[in-house]
Design a protein. Structure first.
Ligand SMILES: [Zn+2]
Lengths: 130, 382
C-alpha cells in the first residue's frame, strides 16, 4: 500500500477514531462525511472505547496469502458501548471459543506485513476480557 | 415502456475449462444465443463481468467481446456489480429494449477464474477493503458470519446448512452443464473440510469458468424469433450497507428483500405466484437467507426448507433446479445470466429431468458481495 493511502487510515487504524452524527447521534467507524442514517454532514470525530461485545464471528481457515502463517484465526463483528460496529480479528485465545456475546477489549496490534518489503501495518484486534 | 421477452439463450458448460479463454467462453455462449434466436444482428450488448482485470489482466471487455463476436461497431457496455454483474447487465438490457433504444439486445455474463489468479484475494475486492479485508476476512468468512448470526437468532443448525447442499447437488446431478454431477449426503457435507466456521467446503460454491448469454427483443416482435418466448415481467434492484458490520442485522439480506419487494411491486405478483426460482446460493446460508428475503419462507424459517423438501423438485417452490451456484458452478459474472437461462428453459418446458411441471412464472435473485447489491427478475411463460 503506498504511504499516502496508509497515512490516510491513521485515524481509524491507530486511534480507533470514528464519527458521531451531531444531528441524530449515530456513531460510525471509521469516520464518514455523511451520516448513513439521516444524511447529515455534521459528523464529529469521536474515539471509540476500547471494549465491546462480539455480534457474530467465524474462524478463517482458508486465509488470503498474506495471512497464511496466521491461520486459523477468529474474525468478529464487535459492537462498542457507543454502538459502533467494526470487524476485527480476535487474538490471544482459541479461535473456536470466539462466539456471539463474548466480551472483548480492543488492543493496538500488528495486523499484517504488506508487499515484498514486509511493511508493518497496524490496527486493532480484539482480545477476550478475562 | 415496452414489454420485453427472452427469445434465445446460450451457455457454456461451467467448470474448470482449461481449454477456453475469457473470450472463448463469451463467444461460445454468445454464438449459441444468437443461433438459438435466429438473430443476425445486435443493437446493444451488455457484458456482466466481475473482475477480468484481476482474474486474467483484461479490462475493457465490451469492445473486446463485440469484436470477437464479429460485431465490432455495435454499442457495448461492460457491467460490474461483483457477483451480481450478470443480473445487473440483464436489467440494463431489459431497459434498453423496454425503452425503445434497441430492438435486439444481448445480455451476457462471463468469468474466467481458473487461470492462476489468487481467487480468494480477487473475490475479497467485493468486500470493504479497508474495514473488512484488511483484517483478514474472506468471502467464505463473511457468509460464515451471516450463518452464525442466523444460528444465534433463529436456531439454524449445521445440519440445516448441509441439507441445502444435498438438495443443490441432487438438482445439479441432472444438469449436463453443471460443474458437479455427484450427489452428496448430509454426512459428507458436514464432515468435509471446514473453510470458515460454520461453513464446510461442500457448503461453498466452487471456483468456475463459464459464460451465459440471452437475446432480448420487444415482446410484440418475439414470435419472429421463437414460438416460445419468455416475457420478463419486471425487475427490482437494491443496495444495502457494504460492510457486514454496518448492516441493521447481520442475519438478514436487506438488499435482497428490497429488490424482491420492488420486483413484486413492478409485476403485481407475490411470492405465492412463483412456480420456480433460482436464488444466489454462493454459500448454503445464502440460500436460506435469500428465500426468506424474497418471501418463500418467513423470517427465520428458511432453515427448514431444504430438509422438508419444500424447495426441492416436486416441492411447493422448487429453488435452484439448475443445481444453483453450489453444484452448477459460480463463474461470478456469468451467474446472474445463467439463472435467467434456467428459468427460460423451465418456462419453455425444456428442463428435461429437472422440469417443474406446468411452470408458468419464475424468479431469479442475484447478489453481489456479502449481499450489498441484489437484483430480482420475474419471468412469465407467454
Ligand atoms: Zn445522523
Amino acid at each position: 500500500m503506498p504511504s499516502p493511502r496508509y497515512w490516510r487510515e491513521v485515524p481509524n487504524r491507530y486511534r480507533l477514531e470514528g464519527a458521531k452524527c451531531a444531528d441524530c447521534g449515530k456513531v460510525t467507524f471509521p469516520a464518514r462525511h455523511v451520516c448513513p442514517d439521516c444524511r447529515s454532514a455534521n459528523m464529529e470525530a469521536m474515539a471509540l472505547s476500547r471494549s465491546g461485545k462480539v455480534v457474530t464471528s467465524t474462524v478463517v481457515r482458508t486465509p488470503p496469502d498474506d495471512l497464511l502463517m496466521e491461520s486459523p484465526y477468529a474474525v468478529a463483528v464487535v459492537e462498542t458501548p457507543e454502538g459502533a460496529r467494526l470487524m476485527v480479528q480476535v487474538a490471544d485465545c482459541d479461535p473456536e471459543e470466539v462466539l456471539p456475546g463474548m466480551e472483548v477489549s480492543l488492543e493496538f496490534r500488528l495486523i499484517r506485513k504488506e508487499g515484498h518489503g514486509g511493511i508493518r501495518c497496524y490496527g486493532h484486534k480484539a482480545v477476550p476480557v478475562v | 415502456m415496452r414489454d420485453v421477452a427472452i427469445v434465445g439463450a446460450g451457455m457454456t458448460r461451467f467448470g474448470e475449462l482449461w481449454e477456453s479463454s475469457l473470450r472463448d467462453l463469451f463467444v461460445e455462449a454468445a454464438v449459441e444465443a444468437l443461433t438459438s434466436a435466429g438473430a443476425d444482428h445486435l443493437d446493444d450488448l451488455y457484458v456482466g463481468n466481475m473482475s477480468g482485470g484481476q482474474f486474467v489482466g483484461q479490462e475493457h471487455l465490451a469492445p473486446l467481446m463485440a469484436d470477437h463476436l464479429g460485431m465490432a461497431g455495435i454499442p457495448a457496455t461492460r457491467v460490474e456489480s461483483a457477483c451480481a454483474s450478470g443480473g445487473a447487465a440483464l436489467r440494463l438490457g431489459y431497459m434498453s429494449v423496454a425503452s425503445g433504444m434497441s430492438d435486439v439486445a444481448m445480455v451476457a455474463g462471463v468469468e474466467k477464474m481458473t487461470d492462476g489468479a489468487d481467487v480468494t484475494n480477487v473475490l475479497a475486492t467485493a468486500a470493504d477493503q479497508e474495514n473488512e479485508v484488511y483484517h483478514g476476512i474472506t468471502f467464505p468468512g463473511l457468509y460464515a458470519m451471516i450463518a452464525r448470526a442466523h444460528m444465534a437468532k433463529y436456531g439454524t443448525t449445521d445440519e440445516d446448512l448441509a441439507w441445502v447442499s444435498v438438495k443443490s447437488h441432487h438438482h445439479g446431478s441432472m444438469n449436463a452443464k453443471a460443474q458437479f454431477h455427484r450427489e452428496v449426503t448430509v454426512e459428507e457435507v458436514m464432515s468435509s473440510t471446514m473453510v470458515a466456521d460454520p461453513l464446510t467446503l461442500l457448503e461453498c460454491s466452487p471456483v468456475s469458468d463459464g459464460a451465459a448469454a440471452v437475446i432480448l427483443v420487444p415482446l410484440d416482435q418475439a414470435k419472429k424469433y421463437t414460438d416460445r418466448p419468455v416475457r420478463i415481467r419486471g425487475v427490482g434492484q437494491a443496495t444495502s450497507a457494504m460492510a457486514l458490520a454496518d448492516r441493521r442485522d447481520p442475519a438478514a439480506l436487506d438488499a435482497v428483500a428490497k429488490a424482491a419487494e420492488r420486483a413484486y411491486k413492478a409485476t403485481g405478483l407475490a411470492p405465492k405466484d412463483i412456480d420456480v426460482a433460482e436464488v444466489h446460493d454462493c454459500f448454503a446460508i445464502a440460500e436460506i437467507a435469500c428465500i426468506e428475503a424474497v418471501g418463500f419462507a418467513c423470517e427465520g424459517e428458511g432453515k427448514d426448507a431444504a430438509r422438508s423438501g419444500m424447495t426441492a423438485l416436486g416441492g411447493k417452490i422448487p429453488v435452484n433446479t439448475s443445481g444453483g451456484l453450489k453444484s452448477k458452478g459460480h463463474p461470478v459474472g456469468a451467474s446472474g445470466v445463467a439463472q435467467a437461462i434456467e428459468i427460460f428453459e423451465q418456462l419453455r418446458g425444456e428442463a428435461g429431468e429437472r422440469q417443474v411441471e406446468g411452470a408458468h412464472t419464475g424468479l431469479t435473485q442475484n447478489m453481489g458481495g456479502s449481499g450489498a447489491s441484489s437484483l430480482v427478475h420475474i419471468f412469465e411463460r407467454v
